[in-house]
Structures are given as C-alpha cells and as structure tokens.
Design a protein. Structure first.
Length: 296
C-alpha cells in the first residue's frame, strides 16, 4: 500500500492554476477552465469535495492514488469534474463512498470499494471501465431525475429509484447481495448487452411504475427469479427517451435476451398494469425442470 502523501488533494486543487476559492463554502468554485491536477501516488486519508471543474489524474497511472476514509462520504462531486484511475475506499457502508450532485462528471478506470456511488438531483455522470465492489446492496444508487451513463463497468448491483433514467451498456453485475438490477418508483432503465451473474435475489426486479428496456442481455444463476415484474411496472419493446441511437437488433428486430439457471422461475410477471401496444414482454419461459431457463 502506498504511503500517505505529505500534501492533501484539497491543497493541490486549491493551489492549481485557474482555480478560484469559494470562501463561503471553503471549496473550489466554478470556473470557465478545468485545470488538470496531477496527483502523486499514495493514500489520501481525507474527505474530498469537488465544487469546480477539475481533472484529477494519477501521476504514476491508474490505481496509484487512493482516497480512503473510515466514515462518511469520501468524495462529493458538485461540478463537471474528470477523474481517471482513482481508487476510492470507504469503511462506512451506510453512506455513499461517492456522491454526485446535479452535475455531469466523468469517471474513467476508477475503482470504488466498500460502499456505493450515489447520484442525486439532475446529475448525469458518465462511468467508463469502472469497478464498484463491497456495497451493502447496490453499488450504484440513482435517485431524483438523474441519468447516469455506464459503459464497460463491473458492479455488484444497480438500483434506480424515483425518476432516474440510467443508460447501461456492456456492464456486468457480479454476485450482488440482492437484485442485480432494481428499477422502482417512476424510474426507467435502458440496459443493453449487459450481464447479471450469481445474484442473491432476482437478476432484474422491476416494480411500482418503473419501466425497463432490455437488449442482448443475459441473467445467469439468479438465486430466486431471473426476471421479476411487480406492481404497475413494464418491460418495453421500444426505445426509451435517451439521446443515444438504438443499438443494432438481431433476430429480425426481436429482443435477444436470455435467463438461465434461475433458482425459481425464469420470468415472473405479477403486475396488473396493461401493456401498451408497443411494449411486449421480451422473455418467455420454457416448460422445463428447474433451474428455470428463459429465452427471447
């Protein structure tokens, strides 16, 4: 484990060119430029607040800079910051390790251990090639009206609540403590070419008035139901309102998803809501002994 650096991240940001201090909040303020702050390797045992646009880059490459706290939130992001190759460790599983508030930061090749990342308000963070492990339930909790975009990530669970609308591509959910994907409230999720493996609960749970659109996904070895739809939730066979184009479809436009090895049923739909004409259940179960198998 690297040594503790003599200079804090907060000090490095405060002394970087083009960063102005917001004295009322004692944190960097918004500026027109986003300077790059190169961090020496080490374990920074501090709570970091990013209140202005800034890029945090490890001098010696990904994994050499660790922000570590034993309690509280390690990193709060309130600006369109960029973080590349940063490791964030939290010993407080009851709170998020990273909190993103109403901004559009970029996380690339970052790792979060011990607690979740939480997005609130109108936040629209982008996470690419990131890993989250050790959270109590979901590694990502999206709340409010935010739209997190995930690509090529490895998480231990994703939850979308309230009116969140995550866009998830090429992402693997491995060994989540509950459902792999949990979409509830009025949330809508667009999940494309992603996997859920060895979930302790359902591979995908959709409840309340939520909606999920699946394309080319796999749910493998869920301990209970592979895919469960409750309340007034729906699975959509159409594009949800995201900016990115619809990915190519196979099998003449039909969804291409599969549920295998479920401990209970492959697909369960208990909700009473009528399905719109443009929405059809994307998976069907075969009459076969358990573990259940479904394909679509």
């Amino acid at each position: 484990m690297p040594d503790t650096p003599q200079t804090s991240i907060t000090t490095l940001i405060a002394t970087a060119p083009n960063i102005k201090r917001d004295a009322s909040r004692n944190e960097p303020a918004q500026t027109e430029s986003a300077p790059e702050v190169v961090l020496p390797p080490g374990v920074y045992t501090e709570h970091v607040v990013l209140g202005g646009p800034v890029s945090l880059i490890p001098r010696d490459g990904p994994g050499t800079v660790v922000i570590s706290v034993t309690e509280g939130t390690a990193l709060i992001v309130r600006a369109d910051a960029v973080l590349r190759g940063i490791v964030i460790v939290s010993g407080d599983a009851g709170l998020p390790a990273v909190s993103v508030e109403a901004t559009s930061p970029l996380f690339e090749h970052c790792e979060i251990r011990g607690a979740r990342i939480e997005t609130t308000g109108d936040a629209s963070p982008t996470l690419r090639h990131c890993t989250i492990s050790g959270a109590v339930s979901a590694g990502l909790l999206a709340r409010g009206r935010n739209r997190p975009h995930l690509r090529d990530c490895l998480f231990d669970g994703i939850a979308a609540e309230e009116r969140a609308r995550p866009l998830i591509r090429l992402t693997t959910i491995a060994r989540p403590a509950d459902a792999g994907f949990r979409v509830v409230g009025d949330a809508q999720a667009d999940i494309v070419r992603s996997w859920v493996v060895d979930s302790a609960g359902p591979g995908l749970l959709v409840d309340d008035r939520a909606a999920v659109r699946l394309r080319s996904c796999r749910i493998v070895n869920a301990a209970t139901d592979g895919l469960r739809i409750d309340g007034n939730a729906a699975l959509k066979d159409r594009r949800l309102p995201f900016d990115e184009p619809t990915p190519p479809r196979r099998h003449h436009g039909r969804p291409d998803c599969a549920v295998t090895g479920a401990g209970a049923e492959g697909v369960v739909a208990t909700g009473a809501a009528p399905r719109p004409a443009t929405a059809t259940p994307p998976c069907t179960t075969a009459a076969s002994p358990k573990p259940a198998t479904a394909s679509c």
